[in-house]
Write a protein of this length. Structure first.
Length: 363
């Protein structure tokens, strides 16, 4: 009799373990929210626009994330469109939401070659300014923006994407580089440190999984550190895909930056359903954007692997941030292929958790 009971118990336990609600790793089938499952690992953040801070997405953000990054509104173009004009309102809205909900806030980005305002680099005649003028403008920009959000931002992406994707070229040939040479990178960190002695200062870049680019980033960051430049961390963007990185590449990427005495954060995570491309192009007839069952499974497996590696590296990672909230809207719907829908996040087009979500929290 006893034996039978035990068997029945074991069978029901097994059935329960396989039922959808238990598969979630949740208590009594209740979803605790992404960040709660990871509270002993690392804070999980999300990139937001002010429009995401109302309605359904606002609730989703509050339920699942403990940190935010403004997707666009603190970039130099949007926030400082003309020399004497700051557009603070959208950025203030993100800062206020973070404060109201006791969320961490990452600032993004003080210096980037993209979404920089035209006025920054030219004089009234349209000619390039000297590097002295450019530094004056940069210093003022960084001082004003960092000072304004000093009470709420704990970390800034100070320089974004300064390293070239070309294997034969070290620095990106940007307007910054053309006018200043490599020195602008150190200057930006120094201005940020002067504006806020306590905020953490990051260098942030993509394609860090590429060994050649990774090594350039490492060398640059090491050079800054050796020169006494105030840098606190490296941001690995993490715009990945169901096809990359492999587990060993991901481990090698994280490991390269540990042991430097710097923080390492994943700052812009998404897992595209397409093979990765980094240059914009038009959509063509071969661009099928069906999110097939096979791709869904690939994405589940990729997210599963990525978060397993993250958890195993929790001592090395101080934060993980997703780039956008749900598949309802992702920047990858427009880039690199304009109009090709992507499904790169853990929440679906209706802002509901995807199977990949349950996999990520079910450990
Ligand atoms: C993207 C935004 O998501 C888009 O809305 C905008 O049109 C372009 O920039 N790397 C970065 C981010 O550091 O700032 C970029 O964000 C995505 C790639």
């Amino acid at each position: 009799m006893m034996k039978v009971d035990v068997k029945i118990w074991a069978v029901s336990a097994l059935l329960l373990a396989c039922s959808p609600s238990q598969d979630t790793g949740t208590e009594e089938g209740k979803d605790l929210g992404l960040s709660t499952y990871y509270k002993d690992y690392f804070p999980i953040g999300v990139a937001v626009s002010p429009s995401a801070l109302q309605g359904v997405q606002a609730q989703l953000i509050k339920d699942n994330f403990v940190s935010m990054t403004p997707e666009n509104v603190m970039k130099s173009g949007p926030i400082h469109p003309q020399e004497e004009v700051y557009n603070w309102a959208p950025a203030d809205k993100v800062a206020a939401f973070a404060k109201e909900n006791q969320m961490k806030l990452r600032g993004h980005a003080l210096l980037w070659h993209n979404q920089a305002p035209d006025w920054l680099f030219v004089d009234s005649l349209g000619n390039d300014v000297s590097k002295e003028i450019l530094y004056q403008r940069l210093e003022r920009h960084i001082t004003d923006v960092v000072t304004r959000y000093k009470d709420v931002i704990y970390a800034w992406d100070v320089v974004n994407e300064a390293i070239s994707d070309e294997s034969g070229q070290f620095y990106r040939d940007s307007k910054w580089y053309q006018i200043c040479g490599e020195e602008f990178i150190a200057k930006a960190f120094e201005y940020a440190r002067a504006a806020d002695p306590n905020v953490q200062l990051f260098y942030n870049d993509y394609e860090v999984i590429n060994p050649v680019k990774r090594e350039k980033i490492y060398q640059m960051v090491k050079g800054l550190q050796d020169a006494g430049v105030p840098i606190d961390g490296v941001g690995i963007q993490g715009h990945w895909s169901v096809y990359e990185p492999s587990e060993s590449t991901l481990r090698a990427t994280i490991d390269r930056f540990t042991g430097m005495g710097l923080q390492v954060q994943i700052t812009e995570l998404d897992v595209s359903i397409y093979p990765k491309e980094h240059a914009p192009r038009d959509k063509n007839e071969d661009d099928d954007d069906t999110f097939t069952d096979e791709l869904k499974q690939k994405q589940i497996d990729q997210y599963d692997m990525i978060f397993r590696v993250f958890r195993e590296n929790k001592e090395k990672l101080s934060s993980v941030t997703f780039w956008n909230v749900s598949d309802q809207y992702s920047w990858l719907d427009f880039f690199p292929v304009n109009g090709r829908k992507d499904y790169p996040l853990l929440f679906d087009e209706d802002n509901q958790p995807k199977e990949a979500y349950w996999k990520v929290v079910g450990f």
